[in-house]
Ligand binder design. Structure first.
Ligand code: 4NP
Length: 150
C-alpha cells in the first residue's frame, strides 16, 4: 500500500484536483491518496468552485474534500509527497527532519519532464482556462504515478 500526498499552497485549487484525479485512477487497496496545503488559510474549506467545476467536467466529484495544512507528521505517514511548485517545495523541505524526509518530496511535473523543476502554475488569481491547464498537467502526471506503481 503506497501512501501519496499532494501538496500546494492553499489546498483548495491544485492539490485537491491532483488528489481527485489520482484517486480516480487507482483502486483504494493500491494506494492511499490525500492532499494538504503549506498554508493554513483554507483549513476546513471545500475546494475552489473552479476546481470543483473542472473536475466535474471530467466526471470527478471533489466537493467532499476539505483543506488542511501540511504538518511534519505527514513525513511519517506518506511515502511520496508531490508538490506543485518550487515555493511549495521549499516550504515542505524546510520542515524535513532528515534526508529520508527530503527524499520523499518531488516536484510533480518532474514525472513528466524529469529534472526540469517546472511549476504547476497557481490558478487562483486567473480564469477558468488556468484550471483547465492545471487539470491537463495533473492528469498526465497522475498517469505516470499509476504506471510507476505497477
Ligand atoms: P492552491 O491555490 O495553492 O492551488 O490551493 C491557492 C489558493 C489560495 C491562495 C493561494 C493559492 N490564497 O492566497 O488564498
Amino acid at each position: 500500500m503506497t501512501k501519496i500526498l499532494m501538496v500546494c499552497l492553499g489546498n483548495i485549487c491544485r492539490s485537491p484536483l491532483a488528489e481527485g484525479i489520482l484517486k480516480s485512477k487507482l483502486s483504494p487497496d493500491t494506494a492511499i491518496v490525500d492532499s494538504a496545503g503549506t498554508a493554513n488559510y483554507h483549513e476546513g474549506s471545500e475546494p475552489d468552485r473552479r476546481s470543483i467545476a473542472v473536475a466535474r467536467k471530467y466526471g470527478l466529484d471533489i466537493s467532499n474534500l476539505r483543506g488542511r495544512q501540511f504538518t511534519v507528521d505527514d513525513f511519517d505517514v506518506f511515502d511520496l509527497i508531490y508538490v506543485m511548485d518550487q515555493s511549495n517545495y521549499q516550504n515542505v523541505i524546510r520542515l524535513a527532519r532528515d534526508e529520508e524526509d527530503k527524499a520523499k518530496v518531488e516536484m510533480i511535473l518532474n514525472l513528466v519532464h524529469p529534472s526540469q523543476n517546472f511549476d504547476v502554475p497557481d490558478p487562483y488569481y486567473g480564469g477558468d482556462q488556468g484550471f483547465e491547464n492545471v487539470y491537463q498537467m495533473l492528469d498526465e502526471a497522475c498517469d505516470i504515478i499509476v504506471n510507476n506503481l505497477k
